[in-house]
Design a protein. Sequence first.
Length: 92
Amino acid sequence: MPKYYEYKIAGYYLYFTSFCTVECMHVHASDSSLTEAGSAKLFVKSNGDTVLQHRGILTDRELRRIQAFIKQNYKEMYQKWSAYSKNAYYAD
């Protein structure tokens, strides 16, 4: 399960699974168990904005911090995503 970074953002790891690379770029945010149960799922647009699909157990504050982090680092994150998937950013 590839993590975008080895450290946590707002208390959560940001990752994706090899099974979900058939979709457009997105980020799961989960605690140390790295399971989809309780995790958030955010689709990433080509400008770094995100579309929340599942909020999981995350608070509004945690989601805002994660969304801001993604906005700031989405190009670097896309490099890791594109090593596993041919699918690009989320299109509205």
